[in-house]
Ligand binder design. Sequence first.
Ligand SMILES: [Zn+2]
Length: 144
Amino acid sequence: MSLILPQSLYDDLRAHGEATYPNECCGILLGNADTDALRVTQLLRAGNTRTDSAHNRYNIAPSELIAAQRQARNSGLDIVGFYHSHPDHPAQWSPTDFAEAHWFGCAYVITAVPKGHATDTNSFLLTGTTEDDKRFEPQPIVVE
Ligand SMILES: [Zn+2]
């Protein structure tokens, strides 16, 4: 299961992480899922609502998520993933990222932003069916 992104959206989610540095950015990926790929066609930037520790925590407000679901449905799309940045940390998921991931079948995209400049971008597919058997699996990102 790969994640397919247009170049413009790939650039945009990375630029978002640079813009919010040294805080994390976050956002929602809309598109369509087929049998072997998640295809992203829209990106929604979200405000980082964590005020306690915005540099290493991210959160998407429930109201933003509901608005994103409505926008997706109106466009014939689904929420296929989420993205956030890791200022001065590698593009690998953290225990908190894993604990707070609940959308099975969705992509969780993380961009490392050392010193304010986006470097690695990785995606992890949340597999499983329950909180007990869920796993993050690295997935290829295809930029086209
Ligand atoms: Zn994270």
